[in-house]
Design a protein around this ligand. Sequence first.
Ligand code: NAD
Length: 717
Amino acid sequence: MKMATYSVLSGSVALITLQNPPVNALSEAVRTGITDAVQRTLKDPQVTSVVICGQNGRFCGGADIREFAGPMSGPPLVPMIHALEAMEKPVVAAIEGLALGGGLELALGCHYRIAHSQALLGLPEVTLGLLPAAGGSQRLPRLIGLPAALDLITTGRHISASEALKLGIVDQVTDDNALKMAVEFARSVVGQPLGPRRLSTRPCHSPPDVDSVLDQALAQVWQRGRGALAPVACVGALRAAATLPYAQGMEKERELMATLFNSGQARALQYAFFSQRVVGKWQPSGARWDNSTTRTIRKAAVIGLGTMGRGIVVALALAGVSVVAVESQEKQLAAARQMVPEMLQRGAGRRGLDTPPGVISFSSGLEDVSEVELVIEAVFEDMALKRRIFSRLATVCRPGTVLCSNTSGLDIDQLAEATQNPALVVGMHFFAPAHVMKLLEVVCGPRSSPEAVATAMVLGKRMGKVSVAVGNCPGFVGNRMLKPYMEQANFLLEEGATPQQVDEALEGFGFPMGVFRMSDLSGLDVGWRVRKEAGLTEQGVEPTRMRQGQRYSPLPDQMCEGGRLGQKTGRGWYRYDGPGGRVARSDPWVQNFLETYRARHGLVPRRIATEEILERCLYALTNEGFNILQDGVAAGPEDIDVIYVFGYGWPRHRGGPMFHAGQVGLARVLEKLEHYQHSHPDVPHLKPSSLLRRLVAAGSPPVQKWREFISKDRVHS
Ligand code: NAD
């Protein structure tokens, strides 16, 4: 039963217990329960103090987000918290487990707060595109001062009970039973004046240079937020707290919340939050990995200690896995021996650990991996080399060892063929730097067993990754969609755009880096190698700007041939101070190179509007997303969106490419793709996906309904 119960302890302490598993969210029934309990407390002359707690060791996780979808019913939160605060009997919050969002706002309405040492507190509304609008933005700065409140509210970060104590959010912290302590505390403060404990009546202590503090905070959230509205609104609400009386501040908080609540960004961020929960349900060959038995991996091996391998070793060790780290080149092995312990120490420090939990041993030969339970191969992107390694691993490792590849897009099934037990082969596609980036694509080959997939998924989770199960096709999900996106960017250069112009358009949309700056960072040779392997860099008898019957831009190949590999060579689409330099400057050489190229191929440059840049790059990418859904390579649009938000810098406040297409309107995306396909008939990636057409024909159902639509569609076709 979801509610808040009322009881009286030893005749004088009223206990209000929130009951709404799993986190005692403030649903309508819980709010009704609290409101009723407050009334009973007021009427009961025996009761001299009140304690509020949550069932099952969790105070309260905040508002019930599921209620956001419909009209609000039941007692609203703001007057309920005011009624608590106005009580003439002391009210103590017993914070165990968590007090987040509305949960912390409820606690701020209490006169005292006692927390368990393991509790987490925070106002994470900003991460859902909102602000703490049950008085949180007005009470918190009155309690802890403006600068600390700005930090907590604009980042939404969770803090520990000990930090909360230091900041003054809680009055006491205990390692023992917080509820028992709160009850004793409540008894001990009966009769003490409550006026000073009511945060709404306190002044907001602001620094003397309040305007410059707020302006600085605003500049920071603009830069960090990349177009996100909520952090800006949070600063607005805190400005009101610092400069206006409480009642006017509350009015401002309400107004700002109303604007955010109805914005597409809040919907996108809430969708992103729920998507993270539903991803990874892809079911290889009808068998389900998500209800299969998994093996707990205690010992693993990583083969190849280059950029990726080193990060994977660190991520495994931080997850408590013992690692055998293998590298065949002496120089690389020596570099890894030096770098990995340093990276590990830093990683452990970030997690507050003195020593990393996993042990690492280094080796130059595959024979040392015979005792491990799982191997992750991270050698060069070369099918023949990888197949040789997989065939060797199959003989060296014990039967039953799960064999994984970190390939960026090669066929997992071809690797599986090189072993005796293809069911044990899966892809584990990490993103650089592998110990930092949150995304992991777990690639299910047609013969991968549900157990092997489940083992990789669970291991990924242990490593702190967001694991998404995807199907096996060139580039899997993320890189397959990136191809048409990058292709459009290159075509735009041919037609008259500059790298800066394209990057600025994409960064204006909210990507942390445009396509060319990103290419320079990861190295132009990465894609060059893939194109070489696919036979695309050889011109043959076709015209220079055609390959395999399709439009092709040789621009990036020519850059690589000229040694312009990006930051590592100090020259790429931009100019850097030297090899390894990070500050990108526009390069007249590139300008000249593009002009010469256009002249040689008879291309007349034109002015290209930002709108066209965005539409061509983003809709080409999204269109491939529809093809992926149609092919069943991703389980649903949520999977694609999570991959793009966590692995490719898609701005979270825009939900992800598939969600964004829904917000723009599927009919409009289709119309634009048709328009661009008409002007570029030799670019197959602009041909609208038939799934997109069918969705439009079905009246453009919301993104949450696509999964169902696709499965019905599949049955009928
Ligand atoms: P890298 O060139 O930095 O490192 C590869 C390492 O493998 C080298 O140190 C090399 O000496 C070693 N190696 C080669 N043959 C070996 C063998 N037989 N035994 C042991 N070690 C051997 O490459 P990288 O960027 O780390 O990429 C590795 C893999 O990860 C590739 O498949 C790549 O496509 C994939 N990947 C790369 C990125 C990225 O951003 N760099 C991202 C995701 C996936």
